[in-house]
Design a protein. Structure first.
Length: 287
């Protein structure tokens, strides 16, 4: 179990990564972690995510009220995070950012709904574009509702992106995967268009999700000719974490994964486990 300081430090590290990756500019973006039914840590408003220190991170309740004396105030978009936590018991962390390529798709109202990359199809599935909402209002949280139960990544129309995870590192990796998928999709369209994976190939990917117990939710294949029937393997082979144990910060749901090198921190442990499972899955894909 991570201490309060370790959680705050990890939030600062993820803030530094999204800033250095160009996923946010100036004071954009926000990050949160759920530690209890009525206890959360979140980033402050008006602060660059690349220059945060642990003392800036706030501890708040489910109404956004501060639980400690802290001169900072929570992000005005924290209500978007609270909506996710209220609807998804499996989610322990939320990352909101404006990764340029993915946000360009959101601004153009072009969905990322083609299953073209095995890795993106496996870990995220299709990415919905949520209706536009005025920042800092309930309009954006409400726009998530049609998609929140089946997706872990969302485009926010004319705004940015939101990703969730059972750990903070997983939520961050989902944001990285989303942006990388958007970049590849854009380049492929410039080269004449993507070639989608077949339903049979997607069924194999869903088998791998089940085999490796990949955490999170997945929409399945909306174009599968078996969708909605007992023969649909896309949905049958998905195991939402809502039906299983939720990982504590620093833990993993992945089984039978060997890490050869010692881990110096829980943040590195999360990263190493996810990297190891990704390598195992890719090895299965390209046998």
């Amino acid at each position: 179990m991570q201490s309060a300081f370790e959680i705050k430090r990890e939030i600062c590290e993820i803030g530094r990564r999204i800033y250095q990756n160009g996923f946010v500019a100036a004071n954009d973006g926000n990050i949160s972690v759920k530690v209890g039914p009525n206890e959360f840590y979140c980033t402050p408003t008006g602060v660059s995510k690349g220059f945060m220190t642990p003392d800036m991170i706030l501890r708040v309740d489910a109404q956004g009220n501060k639980l400690d004396s802290n001169p900072n105030n929570p992000s005005s978009e924290f209500k978007m995070h609270l909506k996710v936590y209220a609807e998804r018991d499996d989610v322990r962390a939320v990352v909101h950012a404006h990764p340029p390529t993915a946000t360009a798709f959101a601004v153009a109202h072009v969905p990322l709904d083609k299953y073209t990359m095995a890795e993106a199809a496996l870990f995220l599935g299709s990415i919905p574009t949520c209706a536009y909402g005025t920042p800092s209002t309930d309009e954006i949280p409400d726009s998530l509702m049609p998609y929140i139960q089946d997706h872990d990544a969302f485009l926010l129309a004319n705004h940015g992106a939101l990703t969730v995870g059972n750990t903070l590192m997983k939520a961050f990796f989902n944001m990285e995967t989303l942006e990388f998928y958007a970049k590849i999709s854009l380049l492929a369209r410039q080269l004449g268009g993507e070639k989608e994976l077949s339903c049979e190939e997607l069924e194999k990917l869903m088998e791998l999700r089940k085999k490796f117990n990949v955490p999170g939710r997945h929409p399945g294949c909306s174009k599968c000719h078996n969708l909605g029937t007992e023969n649909c393997r896309c949905k049958q082979n998905i195991t939402p974490l809502a039906d299983s144990k939720v990982a504590e910060p620093g833990e993993t749901d992945f089984k039978d994964v060997n890490i050869e090198h010692p881990i110096s921190s829980k943040t590195e442990a999360n990263s190493a486990y996810i990297d190891a499972v990704t390598a195992r899955i890719l090895a299965e894909l390209y046998k």
